[in-house]
Design a protein around this ligand. Structure first.
Ligand SMILES: [Zn+2]
Ligand SMILES: [Zn+2]
Length: 343
């Protein structure tokens, strides 16, 4: 089968013919219909210490093409998505069924043992599968994974119909947060975003206002729009200084939800957070219930992420597009169709 293979940090991905993975016990083979390019893939390609031969891709939807042993309840031809998580089953989190928090977590697409979706075929365990409802397109289904990250973050905050919500950064995760904050009934959803393209995307997805944080202090802009500071703030970027910015724009008793993953040391002024009795929380991954809820919202029409979809490309175009995305970080969600237009 054809796949995009990681060879080194300095070389573009290589399109190669590699052996098609076969499902073992409790697994199914999938023909990949669409797979999303994730910012983490770009980051890992540029900086990560990954072994040669890895096939990226953890945001994919496809059709079951082969059944392994002991895979009851699934049929060849079923349209599915899967949680790209391999958990140990033994740690404290796993024993409480919080598989996204597993201490030994391994993600599909970042391990030689669990090859990802930048390929014609992939293999996934049946315990990770969800059926894609009939009216939901593969384009939307391939965005279920990042949307589940956003959904989980929103459900872990106390948004109600009086809430002034601020979303810092509207890449794919922030764009999903805008939509779920809307669905949760927030009075106002405001985004703070440096790039104009992404401010426009946020407005298209239902944000009430989109501000440029470089044009004036964010707190002043929020007060001007909403009449007061924010009750719930989502940090969806993951660079230093933004938790402090969130504290500065927070109303008293506000909740700050950190979704952006910052790998550097960060600093903030605790006294300001104490003074207003803020709650600072963090959110990671998703659980099965998040996938189920996102698929349900896509089916019933409450959720329409089509504005997030920037382009669909074939495998041949991927190496160049991938390098371009590393430098420009433009658009929102680029999807790959490894089936060559068959699915
Ligand atoms: Zn991702
Ligand atoms: Zn575990």
């Amino acid at each position: 089968m054809r796949a995009a293979v990681f060879t080194s940090n300095s070389e573009p991905l290589a399109i190669r013919d590699i052996e098609r993975p076969r499902p073992g016990r409790g697994e199914v083979g999938l023909q990949v219909a669409r797979v999303g390019i994730c910012g983490s893939d770009l980051h890992v390609k540029e900086y990560g210490g990954m072994p040669e031969g890895i096939v990226f891709g953890h945001e994919f939807a496809g059709v079951i093409s082969e059944l392994g042993e002991g895979t009851q309840g699934w049929q060849v031809g079923d349209r599915v998505v899967s949680l790209p998580i391999h958990h140990c089953g033994k740690c404290e989190a796993c024993l409480q069924d919080k598989i996204g928090l597993c201490e030994q977590i391994i993600f599909t697409g970042y391990s030689l043992d669990h090859s990802g979706g930048y390929a014609e075929y992939s293999v996934v365990p049946t315990h990770s599968l969800h059926k894609v409802p009939e009216g939901v397109s593969f384009d939307s289904a391939a965005m279920v994974e990042p949307l589940s990250v956003s959904r989980r973050a929103v459900t872990r905050t106390p948004i109600n119909n009086d809430s002034v919500v601020l979303v810092i950064g509207t890449g794919p995760i922030g764009a999903g947060v805008v939509q779920f904050a809307r669905l949760a009934g927030a009075a106002k959803v405001i985004v703070s975003e440096m790039t104009e393209e992404r401010r426009e995307l946020a407005l298209a997805l239902g944000a009430d206002a989109a501000i440029d944080p470089s044009s004036a202090p964010v707190a002043d802009q929020i007060v001007e729009i909403a009449g007061r500071r924010s009750d719930v703030i989502f940090e969806c970027v993951g660079v230093p200084n933004l938790i402090q910015q969130a504290i500065e724009v927070a109303a008293y008793e506000a909740t700050i939800m950190v979704v952006g993953v910052c790998f550097q040391e960060d600093r903030f002024q605790p006294s300001m957070a104490v003074k207003r009795e803020l709650t600072i929380k963090f959110s990671n991954c998703y659980a099965h219930e998040d996938f189920a809820a996102v698929l349900d919202a896509l089916e019933t029409g409450g959720l329409d992420p089509s504005a997030m979809h920037t382009a669909t490309i074939g495998l041949d175009a991927l190496p160049k597009v991938f390098e371009d995305l590393i430098t420009t970080k433009s658009g929102c969600k680029t999807l790959i169709d490894p089936s060559g237009g068959v699915l």
